[in-house]
Design a protein around this ligand. Sequence first.
Ligand code: SF4
Ligand code: SF4
Ligand code: SF4
Length: 164
Amino acid sequence: MDEDSCMVNIAQFFMNFICEESCGKCTPCREGTTRMNEILKNITEGKGKMSDIEELRSLAKMIQVSSLCGLGKTAPNPVLSTLQNFEEEYIEHIRDKRCHCGVCKSLAQYVITDKCIGCTRCARNCPVDAITGTPRHQHVIDTTKCIKCGTCKANCPVGAIKEG
Ligand code: SF4
Ligand code: SF4
Ligand code: SF4
């Protein structure tokens, strides 16, 4: 992991794994991890609320003290450690609807930089006509129309489109 790893995405990856591995015998592990996973998924999709952070901490504590075996007792650790060390990344996802690593695709923002040579290729291929511009001039993306398909970035001949 490095600065390009999204900590919320990492926490959700581990929680998803725990949900699949939980045997379901006890309620705190079975239901608690499912609820934590739902909250994390919502945050990575830009549907999080600021109260989710305390809700995650509260669920984590409950699961740790009341689960029967080691799987449940350690299940919240990735969430707790990422919250402890990278809480600002959770806040960025919830408040700013942004994933600066560009990992959470629902939060991606495509921007055309000044490297654009105005070839018009992106505007001609955008499925929702979200790109405007005149030939040989820098083009612009209307983020309210963009459906984040990534076609423009993948086809720009000069790498002028950034995702962040
Ligand atoms: S804590 Fe252990 S016993 Fe309880 S549901 Fe999870 S895996 Fe099963
Ligand atoms: S494909 Fe790239 S260079 Fe061509 S108009 Fe779009 S952003 Fe500019
Ligand atoms: S990401 Fe897709 S929808 Fe958004 S501007 Fe680029 S081509 Fe259009």
